[in-house]
Design a protein around this ligand. Structure first.
Ligand SMILES: [Fe+2]
Length: 234
């Protein structure tokens, strides 16, 4: 935090600083360290102090909470319950992020006579999955855990098979989405039951009311596009 690192310098030293020295110091500081002072100001107690609006750039730090751990939060749930829920929810979170990405990929790559309808439908589902991603991640944080966020970390955790980089036929795209849904739903049913057994009603509610309800509805809409029915003549 810049404010904490700002130091007070004697007024005389500050006053003798020249414009030239400020310029050279500014040039040197933009890569590593911000200029120490720009303006002299008075604190509420009348003491001289220096202020700067230069951000502290290129900072590095230590990891302050490891992935796979939970902090102690006073929410009436045991350490074991919170730890278990975070583990299950991180699996759902990783799979849901992949499902969101698959929806976007297929929204972009859609082909054929039903392009417009499916292009719009898949984007709607992508938006709903993205909302779930945020809800699941914030539930993990609420439990004191660490939500998986980096896509490369997500790829290590998810069990949803990777799609080809190229373009699949339309029914194959829809089938791939359905299979991803079923994988998430099957795991969510089990996780919902087990988190409820552990006393974590909030995670159970999220899994049932949001993950399962949304996934089931989206799977229905996808599945109906895979019914081979005549368009005009019976
Ligand atoms: Fe779009």
């Amino acid at each position: 935090m810049p404010a904490k690192r700002s130091t007070t310098i004697p007024a005389a030293r500050s006053a003798t600083r020249t414009a030239a020295s400020d310029t050279s110091r500014r040039a040197a500081s933009t890569t590593r360290r911000p200029a120490r002072s720009r303006t002299r100001a008075a604190s509420s107690d009348g003491a001289a102090r220096t202020v700067t609006s230069q951000p502290w750039l290129h900072q590095k730090g230590v990891v302050i909470q490891e992935f796979g751990t939970v902090r102690q939060f006073p929410i009436g749930l045991s350490y074991d319950a919170r730890m278990y829920s975070c583990q299950r929810l991180n699996q759902t979170l990783a799979d849901t992020q992949i499902l969101y990405a698959l929806y976007k990929k297929h929204h972009w790559l859609m082909r054929g006579a039903t392009f417009y309808q499916l292009h719009l439908l898949l984007d709607k589902h992508a938006g709903e999955q993205l909302e779930l991603v945020d809800q699941i991640a914030e539930r993990i944080q609420t439990l004191g855990g660490v939500a998986v966020g980096d896509p490369r970390h997500v790829a290590e955790i998810t069990r949803i098979p990777r799609a080809p980089d190229g373009v699949e036929e339309v029914p194959a795209m829809l089938s791939r989405l359905l299979e991803a849904h079923e994988m998430i739903l099957a795991d969510a049913h089990d996780a919902a039951a087990r988190t409820a057994d552990m006393g974590d009603d909030g995670s159970n509610d999220l899994l049932v009311s949001d993950v399962i309800r949304t996934g089931e509805m989206e799977a229905w809409f996808l599945a109906e596009h895979l019914v081979d029915t005549p368009l005009v003549q019976a």
